[in-house]
Design a protein around this ligand. Structure first.
Ligand code: PLP
Length: 384
């Protein structure tokens, strides 16, 4: 049976080049980068090469990159640092459509007595800028707004948002886990103080991430212990995975310009093909400002989980909402924040492509979708 993987916002295939780069560090190159001897020196150099590669993808300096275990850790560490380094400030600004890696952290701090402003979005998932401007206050310790949304693909106006925060002297963090490698980011011109990224969204393995911290930003370590990562993240470095992340960053830097065009063409073909063949559908998100690889489509009066199961039987992997919320039958917090009508929100499917998606994949999915939706609508308990 043909298989088509369209769940790349959940995780991506590890690139063969990444595997090849990592393998020596799982074999003969096993030293500890902190060791003085040559076993350590060799791997220490590899870690620094990876740091340069990640920095270069973002227009950052290598010293500004801290390797972490994942995007979630980077988000936690950024918010932790901002609150610990400014104990007098008790307010956080975020949005209602963040990933749980930020949203649940903010809710945690709210329970510890912090005040959190959750900025709303409109029906296309666009941030309410008036609400944002009104929320920034002298008591705000940090703004954490995502660069791009994992469910609908919206790209947020981080440049503008960060400038507004900086004017008031407020630290700005962005969760760029879904944006890195898919849309250009140049930290030379983008006034954010901290930025999170994750390896497994850019064809490196799961379990490696990075946090960018702009030079001069006061930083308090989330993980305390040894002096690794310049005292900013304790724990012996995960050398093979760091090397893998470095290679993945290099590949993104080399090929992103062409890839984003190709991936967007395929995504548009897929979306158009489905919309033309299936009635009563809605595309969720802001078509003017979206990641090139993401399409979120709602099908009226069908259950998203049922669509996923039928697609899976046809060899097609997709997602309803974010991977972290699938399993729950509630419409996702993002679609609820956008006010997507109930009978559409329940039947929402996210299709996310990658550099490995082909035209044949897309055409197979376009061919299969109408029969899946027709079958489910015929047996749907919802009134059609
Ligand atoms: N932030 C966003 C926007 C994400 O999409 C994800 C993963 O889905 C994360 C954070 C968490 O990253 P990780 O899985 O590396 O912890």
């Amino acid at each position: 049976m043909k298989t088509v993987y369209l769940d790349n916002n959940a995780t991506t295939a590890v690139s063969p080049e990444v595997v090849t780069a990592m393998l020596p560090y799982m074999g003969e190159l096993y030293g500890n980068p902190s060791s003085i001897h040559s076993f350590g020196g060799q791997v220490g150099e590899a870690v620094e090469t990876a740091r340069k590669r990640v920095a270069s993808l973002l227009g950052a300096h290598p010293e500004e990159i801290i390797f972490t275990s994942c995007g979630t850790e980077s988000d936690n560490a950024a918010i932790w640092s901002a609150l610990q380094s400014q104990p007098e400030k008790r307010h956080i600004v975020t949005s209602r459509v963040e990933h749980p890696a930020v949203l649940n952290v903010c809710q945690y701090w709210e329970r510890q007595g912090y005040h959190v402003s959750y900025i709303g979005v409109d029906e296309k998932g666009r941030l309410n800028l008036d609400e944002y401007a009104a929320a920034l206050s002298p008591d705000t310790a940090i703004v954490s707004i995502m660069f791009a949304n994992n469910e609908i693909g919206n790209i947020y106006p981080v440049q503008h948002l960060a400038e507004m925060a900086k004017e008031k002297g407020i630290l700005f963090h962005t969760d760029a886990v879904q944006a890195v490698g898919k849309t250009p980011i140049d930290l030379k011109h983008l006034p954010v103080d901290m930025l999170s990224l994750s390896g497994h969204k850019i064809h490196a393995p799961k379990g490696i991430g990075a946090l960018y911290v702009r030079k001069g930003t006061r930083f308090r370590a989330f993980l305390k212990g040894g002096h690794q990562e310049n005292g900013r993240r304790a724990g012996t470095e995960n050398v093979p995975y760091i090397v893998g992340l470095g290679m993945a960053a290099q590949l993104s830097a080399d090929f992103m310009q062409d890839e984003r065009v190709n991936v967007a063409l395929l995504r548009d073909r897929l979306e158009k093909g489905i919309l033309e063949r299936v009635p009563d559908t809605l595309v969720n998100g802001d078509p003017e400002n979206r990641l090139p690889n993401t399409s979120n489509i709602s099908f009226k009066n069908v259950e998203g989980e049922a669509i996923l199961l039928m697609l899976d039987r046809l060899g097609i992997a997709a997602s309803s909402g974010s991977a972290c919320t699938s399993g729950s039958l509630e419409p996702s917090h993002v679609l609820r924040a956008m006010g997507v009508p109930f009978n559409y929100a329940h039947g929402s499917i996210r299709l996310s492509l990658s550099r490995y998606t082909t035209e044949a994949d897309v055409d197979y999915v376009i061919e299969k979708f109408p029969e899946v939706i027709q079958t489910l609508r015929a047996i749907s308990p919802f009134k059609n």
